[in-house]
Design a binder for this molecule. Sequence first.
Ligand code: TRP
Length: 454
Amino acid sequence: MATKREPIHGQWSGRLAFILAATGSAVGLGNIWKFPYIAGENGGGAFVLIYLLCIAVIGIPIMMAEVMLGRRGRRSPINTMRHLAGEENASPHWQWLGWAGVLAGFLILSYYSVIAGWALAYVFRAGSGLFTGLTADGVQSIFSNLVSEPERLLAWHTLFMVMTMIVVARGVRSGLEKAVRLLMPALFVLLVILVGYAWNSGSFEQGVAFLFQPDFSKITADGVLIAMGHAFFTLSLGMGAIMVYGSYLPDRISIAKTSIAVSLMDTLVALMAGMAIFPIVFANGLEPGAGPGLIFQTLPIAFGHMPYGAFFGMLFFVLLVFAAWSSAISLIEPAVAWLVENRSMTRVNASVLAGIATWSFGLLTVFSFNIWSGFKPLADKTLFDLLDYLTANIMLPLGGLLIALFAAWKMSRESSVDELAMGERFWYPLWRILVRYITPIGVTIVFLHAIGII
Ligand code: TRP
């Protein structure tokens, strides 16, 4: 009984546009800033292997499920879930999944914007030649100076939020699509150059061994949860970002192929970032577990020593800002789409409202690096650490689990066969087994393991 719906907010111009937009969402600070530092904190190789496994068996099938629900619902995630629940005779409570996603996106963006602000600040630091000839100590003190001043962090956070709101306000095609077309390929080329530099740093083998030689004695139950959480985070899954992008996807474009393409590119970028960073870490006697400041304390050393380093450094941080930018817009899009649909707001007003709310909440993260850095209300974690942990390791996997359950158990087989259009032979049954059993069981085991039950 499903009839094809027209999307309210416009559509991507085609397959390439969707791939670029979804890749723009997926590739971001998660790949270049977060992946290296959490891999470093969790001992390297074994962590990376678990992360890759999670991408393959949990991430890709859930991405397909999320795109599928979005395209079938053709609305903001909240309304999509409500409509699909009605259409499939499921409980209207499924719309809460949409609400939880809006909340997760809001929480993530509140800190994401602060970190993107660091990257903005580094554009100017790199461009002015500040890194030239610096040693590890000099680079470290530049970083601590930046994060220890709340006013500065606030200024950069504000600038980044304004940039994000401007693109979101302009809408799907003229805003989001144009920005990613050029930037993603450029970022990729620059990463290749950086890996090339790391190759000659003297410690390339050690860096690569750290990243790819699994030593399972170094991994904890919490490390497994962090690896799984990061698979969701890096692919933008579990909160409706990919769902809302799916709702702008024209019919007849293959969901499986596009999801796989996006996941592969995302993984490649993360691994390249790791290969650029760890050789520099070891060559300079730095600590792989240095935490959230890791890339800001390593890459400037490379830029400070390579020819035309000021130029390449500036270019790198510009592209990092763009990668973060194209991710940030997807974090807020579900909320904005809902405001437009249900509160009849214009995109501009909806963006401003959502932006101000997120910006204000971001103050918690700004202060957690300086005046409140000693405030650790739970598990020895600062407010930033807690926000990151709650969203990436709890909310996203839970959201993803529910998406899988809805797509595989509540939605009728005909609906998913129709929407995924991969025939009924090998690939469709494989996907269905993965989202019906493997994903829910996998996520549940990792959760129970992390809280110490099994
Ligand atoms: N995937 C992005 C990154 O790696 C961040 C991001 C964008 C995201 N949209 C999301 C994370 C939705 C979770 C959910 O930087």
